[in-house]
Structure formats: structure tokens, C-alpha cells
Design a protein around this ligand. Structure first.
Ligand SMILES: Cc1cc2nc3c(=O)[nH]c(=O)nc-3n(C[C@H](O)[C@H](O)[C@H](O)COP(=O)(O)OP(=O)(O)OC[C@H]3O[C@@H](n4cnc5c(N)ncnc54)[C@H](O)[C@@H]3O)c2cc1C
Length: 387
């Protein structure tokens, strides 16, 4: 018998919708509140990795993700130099089972729709344009009393903070946390996919990288990373000239796509930050998941996978029952080393890939040519471990 029968999920993003679907399918009543008025998702595309797909099998969305996203049957990606010359290809293991691709890059908007529909079909309605104003989590009361911005109040057995990097739940329960700027900025844009683009390609430049990532049969996203000491904010019209000059050295298909960018394109610009909440990521009846607890750099493309694994494991442990304190302590034990490993490893990869200075690019390119497959094997054998 579980102490958890009624849950509030704050944040209707990737972690929030997955959490709602996973808990509701187990017979637990969930309420979801989302700050935004609508789900006009920004952010181009992203990879749904094999370990995320394995966790998502629990909420029955994998077939739809594979159908609406993009994959290669041979599960390979490639790395090239800034001229477009291929340095190495690597094959990724199928973590979610032999019939599920190793990874599925997909539009963020499409992924969000699929997850949201799964939560709706499980019976959860997301209250849009709403958030919490206060949380009263007094241990002796055995519940959390919550007040909302729409003037309503309610009580819950558990509150899940799935409200991203600037989490209000985290700040209310743990005190304010400042996201840490990592020294990198990212831009990305969705473009029509030329027929000849049939593989994910990352290209290495001088302190920059450029990714050409198909997300469907007709679209791809182009993503660039720049090492930048200060966390300056750019207005929309300032970004394009910076991209043009910083990525002018690129050739191949990546270079051609950069050259085609103009002011009509909807380019999303993001300074890359991390959150490193000191464990445990829970207090009494409030737990913090996903980016709100451990936002990481995107160099391993694993942030959403970690968020999804967080909430699927939480749902499994809640279903298994027992006192909430034991559920949360077991959850923490199983999430901490994996999420910390991703955060540190992704940051190190980013530092290595964007090393500047004489000879660094050549050194990087020869390292990648020699080690790409081995690095993938090492990393993904750990992703394949049970969560
Ligand atoms: C450039 C870049 C590329 C990336 N690429 C990948 C990739 O390829 N693969 C991958 O796995 N990950 C990737 N990530 C990471 C991934 O985007 C995040 O890890 C993931 O979105 C985290 O999900 P989340 O649900 O925890 O947070 P979010 O997706 O941020 O969702 C939080 C939700 O909470 C809502 N919210 C915020 N505040 C409140 C509030 N006070 N009340 C109610 N609701 C609130 C927000 O509106 C949002 O809907 C990338 C990240 C970046 C920056």
C-alpha cells in the first residue's frame, strides 16, 4: 500500500507530461499545472535517445515517436571536419529493444504533442496559465497544502517540481538557486531537409561545432555551438550576422545551410546553463525532477532522457508502495550517480570539442577519427544499464 494517492505535478513539459501519464496509468490521481498559456514549443528539435525510448515504452508512445521522428536503420551517425570531410562513423546500440531504433531525432513540438496526448489519454488535464503561489509542507500534517495563482487551494500526498531550470517549486522548497552559465551558447533552426541529408552529422570547427540533424523525412534542424566567455543576450536581429561570421569557415552541407539562413528564419538562441541542486532532491513530500534538479549541457543530448528516466522510476517506485520517505530515498540513490555522470561527462565533452588555440582542432579531429566508436560503446553501455 502506497502513501501516495494524489500528486501535483508543477510544469507540463517533457518530465511533467511523462510523469502524469506514468502515474495515472498506475491509478494515481494527478493534477498538472503549467505556467504557459499554450504549448507553442520553442527549441527546434532534439534527440530521443535509446534510454529515453526504453523508459517511454511505459507510457505507450514509442511507436508514435518513431513514426513522427527520424532514424536510420543502421543506427549510425557521423562526425566531419569543418570542410565537411567525414572523420568517423559510429553505430549506436538499440537500448529499447531490437525493433526500436537506437535514437530518434524529432521536432520538440511534435514530441511534446505526443507526450501531452499520452497524459490526456491517461485522463490528466493540464491546467494552463497556472502555477503555485505557496507550498505548506509540514511533516506532521502528512500532506502538502498548495495555493494556486487562479485562487484555488488543494492538498496532495506528493508534489513533483517538473518546472525546469527556473523552477519555482525548487526555489520555494530549497531556497533560490542560480543557474550556472557554462561558457557556451547554442543556436538552432528548423529547415527543409535536402534529399541528400540522410545521416546525423556533427562538424568540428575552431571553438565551434555545427550539427545537421534530420527530424523527419522533410525537415532537419541545424544547430551551432559557440564557446563564449560572457553570457551576453542578443536580440533576434543580432544573431544572424554572428552566425554568418562565426560559421563562415564551414563547408559541406552544413556550410551550405548556414549560407542560406536569412532574417525570415526562426532562429532560437540559448546560453547554455547548468543546475546542480545539492542532494537529496526532495524535502518531505516535495521532489524535484528533470532540469529543475540537474539541467546539463547538451553535448551528450541526454537532458530529456534523464528527466524521463527520473519520472518513470519515480512512478515505478510509487507503485511498488511503502512509506514515501523510503520511496524518495531509494529514488535519490538510483538517480544521483547517473545524472551526475551525465552532467560531468557532457560538460567535459563540450570542453574538449570546443578547445581553441593552435593545433587544437587538428588534435580533436584525429582523436575523434580514432575513438568515436569506442567512446560511443563506452558511454552507451552505461546508458543501457537498468535505471
Ligand atoms: C540547446 C539544447 C539542446 C538540447 N538537446 C537535447 C537532446 O537532443 N536530447 C535530450 O534528451 N535533451 C536535450 N536537451 C535538454 C532538454 O531540453 C531538457 O533536459 C528537457 O527539456 C528537460 O525537461 P523538463 O521537463 O525537466 O523541463 P522543461 O522542458 O524546461 O519543462 C518545464 C516546464 O515547466 C513549465 N514551467 C516553468 N516554470 C513553471 C512554473 N512556475 N509553474 C508551472 N510550470 C512552469 C515550463 O513552461 C515548461 O513547460 C537540450 C537542451 C538544450 C539547451
Amino acid at each position: 500500500m502506497s502513501e501516495v494517492e494524489k500528486v501535483l505535478i508543477v510544469g507540463g513539459g517533457i518530465a511533467g507530461q511523462t510523469c502524469a501519464a506514468a502515474l495515472t496509468r498506475r491509478g494515481i490521481l494527478c493534477h498538472v499545472v503549467e505556467l504557459k498559456d499554450n504549448f507553442e514549443i520553442v527549441g527546434a528539435g532534439m534527440y530521443t535517445q535509446g534510454n529515453a525510448l526504453r523508459a517511454l515504452l511505459e507510457i505507450g508512445v514509442v511507436e508514435e515517436i518513431v513514426k513522427q521522428g527520424w532514424h536510420r536503420d543502421d543506427d549510425t551517425t557521423q562526425v566531419a571536419d569543418s570542410g565537411g570531410n567525414v572523420l568517423a562513423r559510429a553505430r549506436y546500440p538499440r537500448i529499447a529493444g531490437p525493433s526500436v531504433p537506437a535514437m530518434v531525432p524529432i521536432s520538440r513540438r511534435v514530441l511534446h504533442k505526443i507526450l501531452h496526448r499520452a497524459a490526456q489519454q491517461a485522463g490528466v488535464a493540464t491546467r494552463m496559465g497556472t502555477t503555485i503561489t505557496s507550498l505548506m509542507d509540514i511533516p506532521s500534517r502528512g500532506r502538502v497544502d498548495v495555493a494556486f495563482t487562479d485562487g484555488t487551494e488543494d492538498s496532495y500526498d506528493l508534489v513533483v517540481g517538473a518546472d525546469g531550470i527556473h523552477s519555482r517549486v525548487r526555489d520555494l522548497s530549497f531556497g533560490p538557486q542560480q543557474p550556472r552559465y557554462t561558457g557556451f551558447v547554442n543556436w538552432r533552426v528548423v529547415l527543409p531537409k535536402p534529399a541528400e541529408v540522410d545521416i546525423v552529422t556533427w562538424m568540428n570547427g575552431n571553438g565551434t561545432t555545427l550539427g545537421v540533424i534530420p527530424i523527419s523525412e522533410t525537415e532537419l534542424y541545424l544547430a551551432g555551438v559557440i564557446r563564449q566567455a560572457d553570457n551576453r543576450w542578443y536580440e533576434k536581429h543580432e544573431i544572424l550576422p554572428i552566425i554568418r561570421s562565426t560559421f563562415a569557415e564551414y563547408g559541406g552541407v552544413g556550410g551550405q545551410l548556414v549560407a542560406q539562413l536569412d532574417s525570415r528564419h526562426d532562429i532560437v538562441y540559448t546560453p547554455i546553463v547548468e543546475i546542480e541542486l545539492a542532494p537529496p532532491w526532495y524535502r518531505n513530500r516535495v521532489v524535484i525532477v528533470g532540469d529543475a534538479a540537474h539541467a546539463s549541457t547538451p553535448f551528450w543530448a541526454q537532458g530529456a532522457s534523464m528527466a524521463i528516466e527520473d519520472v518513470v522510476l519515480l512512478a515505478q517506485l510509487v507503485e511498488a508502495g511503502g512509506p514515501l520517505s523510503a520511496i524518495l530515498s531509494q529514488w535519490m540513490e538510483r538517480r544521483l550517480s547517473r545524472c551526475s555522470w551525465v552532467q560531468q561527462g557532457s560538460r567535459q565533452t563540450g570542453e574538449m570539442l570546443h578547445e581553441e588555440g593552435p593545433g587544437m582542432r587538428e588534435k580533436m579531429n584525429s582523436y575523434v577519427a580514432a575513438h568515436f566508436q569506442q567512446d560511443v560503446n563506452d558511454r552507451y553501455s552505461r546508458f543501457a544499464e537498468a535505471i
